[in-house]
Design a protein around this ligand. Structure first.
Ligand code: BG6
Length: 480
């Protein structure tokens, strides 16, 4: 649909930016913090670990002052579960409590609305040792942790997110998940973990509504539209398969408290059905989100994977090793290249129109307000001798995506916020600090921590103007 006149962003639209605790805080073993699964993982020699990251833990005042200068209306960050509960479910760590009190106070004093993710990939290692999400007891530990967070910070935090990209942890467990690689039948274990995380999420939503009637809470999966490789009916069935497995399984459970019928059949066919005990489905039905938050980086294209179709020849060669590509599931779907789209430096497709379509699809299915909690461009930014970062590609990426959001609003989608990834440079999930996303440059390399100085990139001033004009002025030309 082409509009003669598009609708403006709502006056109270939450322009924001995002980070996550383990990617930005550093201080991995300071002030009583317990290790998380990330702290105990190993990484290739050529990329940074997560011990220091952007050292936000020791730069909170400076960073929040920059967020204020940027003009953020909201700041999305996550709480490190093992900073609050070093063993995941034992004694509380008062210094961890104090750190998030300080952070939230700074954010509120800056006139910024805090948007808090309870869990962003960094499960406490002590829980992992006891079975992690494969063990139902982790659901109880999460419930206790969520209750504590609501009680401690609910006087200032109105917007909560449950679990970041649960779907990616299940689908791409080898890239960003936490499953023990030696697990026998990993797929089966992952879908059991998924069921437990769904219960944990539902319990957190129920609790949040009981304890904080003014607050709002929602899930934060990574959702993207799925294209069929052609108009061949079989390719469209494959696209529907992948969309249900990648997207709707998670949102149907979160919003309707029921398993998606097609995915249930898929799990049954592959002998992957989770164990569900009496009372589980009732909990899932009771836990209702107030909104849907979602992360979007790229769309995906799939073809049918039917016997003897020479799958290996058609398959996108990058499809096996990254969370933004479909990969292949025998007889179900086959990730293929989309010749109509460009890629970023890391091979991720750039598809702003798919962003609009994704917003439409989610809103049409669930009729809940939406907020984007991640969207952005990872790039090898360079700091010049005069301390500038000319990240015009990022400006362009964000500009074309925001343009499509405006169209989605004109389409009737109820959208209340947009938080690009990331507020400040941080360490990527599996590609180090050189894959930068921030509006603010952090002066360090993979292994040389340098001085950690913060520098405003060109995109900082561009986004500042976008926010000040409430999304009306997206012009990429800016004095810098
Ligand atoms: C999402 C995660 O998968 O995408 C973030 O929620 C992550 O934690 C972001 O950093 C970008 O991915 P990557 O792999 O480039 O860091």
């Amino acid at each position: 649909m082409i509009y003669a006149k598009t609708k403006p962003f709502p006056a109270d639209f939450l322009w924001g930016a995002s980070t996550s605790a383990y990617q930005v805080e550093g201080a991995w073993n300071e002030d009583g913090k317990g290790p998380s699964v990330i702290d105990m993982a190993t990484f290739p020699d050529n990329i940074s670990d997560f011990k220091v990251t952007s050292d936000h833990y020791h730069h909170v005042k400076q960073d929040v002052a920059l967020f204020k200068e940027l003009g953020l209306k909201t700041y999305r960050f996550s709480i490190s579960w093992s900073r609050l509960f070093p063993d995941g479910d034992g004694d509380i760590n008062p210094q961890g409590v104090a750190f998030y009190n300080q952070l939230i106070d700074e954010i509120c004093d800056a006139g910024i609305e805090p948007l808090v993710t309870l869990y962003h990939f960094d499960l406490p290692y002590a829980l992992q040792q006891k079975g992690g999400w494969s063990d139902r007891k982790t659901v109880d530990a999460f419930e206790r942790y969520a209750r504590t967070a609501f009680e401690l910070y609910g006087d200032r935090v109105k917007y909560w997110l449950t679990i970041n990209e649960q779907n990616m942890m299940i689908l791409k467990g080898d890239v960003i998940g936490t499953l023990d690689p030696n697990t026998e039948n990993p797929q089966k274990a992952l879908y059991q973990q998924n069921h437990h995380m769904m219960l944990a999420q539902a319990k957190a939503m129920i609790l949040c509504h009981a304890l904080l009637p003014q607050a709002k809470i929602g899930p934060a999966p990574n959702i993207s539209c799925i294209y069929a490789a052609s108009s061949k009916p079989e390719d469209n069935i494959a696209a529907h398969n992948y969309s249900s497995i990648r997207n709707w399984l998670y949102l149907d459970l979160a919003c309707h408290g029921r398993y998606n019928a097609l995915v249930w059949s898929f799990l049954e066919e592959k002998s992957l059905l989770p164990e569900i005990v009496a009372g589980d489905m009732e909990i899932l039905r009771q836990g209702k989100p107030d909104f849907i938050a979602f992360n979007y980086y790229a769309s995906t294209t799939v073809a049918a994977d039917v016997p003897n179709n020479h799958a290996g020849e058609k398959q996108d060669p990058r499809a096996v090793e990254d969370q933004q590509l479909a990969g292949v599931y025998k007889n179900v779907y086959l990730g293929v290249d989309n010749p109509h789209l460009e890629h970023n430096e890391f091979g991720w497709y750039i598809d702003p129109v798919g962003f609009r379509l994704t917003c439409r699809e989610i809103y049409e299915r669930y009729a809940l307000p939406l907020i984007i909690t991640e969207n952005g461009l990872g790039a090898f930014d360079k700091l010049t001798d005069d301390k500038k970062v000319y990240d015009d590609k990022r400006i362009n990426y964000l500009r074309i995506h925001i343009e499509q959001l405006k169209l989605a609003i004109s389409d009737g989608v109820e959208l209340f916020g947009y938080c690009p990834w990331s507020a400040i440079d941080l360490v990527s999930t599996h590609q180090g600090i050189s894959k930068r996303y921030g509006f603010i440059y952090v002066n360090r390399d993979e292994h040389d921590l340098k001085d950690m100085a913060r520098y405003r990139k060109k995109s900082f001033f561009w986004y500042q103007r976008v926010i000040a004009s409430n999304g009306e002025d997206l012009n990429g030309h800016i004095e810098y």
